[in-house]
Ligand binder design. Sequence first.
Ligand code: AMP
Length: 256
Amino acid sequence: MNMYTDVAGWSVFRDSLGRGATGSSIGFVPTMGALHAGHLALVKSSQRDNDITVVSIFVNPTQFNQAADLEHYPRTTEADLALLQASNVDAVFMPDAASLYPDGYAYRVSESELSRHLDGAHRPGHFDGVLTVVMKLFNIIRPTQAYFGEKDYQQLQLVRGMVGAFFLPLGVVACPTVREADGLALSSRNVRLDAQQRAQAPGLFRALQSAGSAAQAREALQQLGFDVDYVEDLDGRRLGAVRLGNVRLIDNVAIG
Ligand code: AMP
């Protein structure tokens, strides 16, 4: 497995892979590390479709609207690299913030509609940070296809929208949400749940799935003791975000 921490080093490798019909196809899985089976499912999809699979690990500071959330975000680099090695990933890109933000975040990608709703309404600036870093990573990695989880459904829609709006020359592939046996969507933040919160947490998925409407799901979640940020139906999916103590959980399910 090749590891790159700077753009120049990666670019030499990327150039060696060629481009167009004669070049290798490159599948790209962007992550913030603290890897779990959800991330590895994206890796598998990429390996199924492409000659080369590259994973990035970068805890992107610009998408955190709360300093404490960034500070407490789990970082498990050694275990992550072991997992990726065992999964036969070809290359890992692990830049630091200075090399991804030579401009100090003076330049950014901003979407003015969907990004202001749902998670965007509760996390001001979050999606500007996401879209900006994804645009940078796409330009650096130059993938044929990029893999995103349906777990972060609004993010997936916004990345698809950005690729369309800017005619970016790559495909976006969506992968279904990987869950624990009790229905809880795998998330790097789940390790921050205490035992009682962990027992409560699958209620989010169950309420989104079983309620007859978004309003009923919200009510059910409140009765289960969640602080509800939102529950809304969008494009045939029901999306919800809740808080248990200072851990925030999001999930979504297909409806109808
Ligand atoms: P993150 O490291 O949380 O930024 O996530 C990196 C990628 O993995 C994103 O495309 C997420 O949507 C995806 N992902 C995270 N959790 C899951 C999951 N439980 N199932 C499927 N994909 C996931």
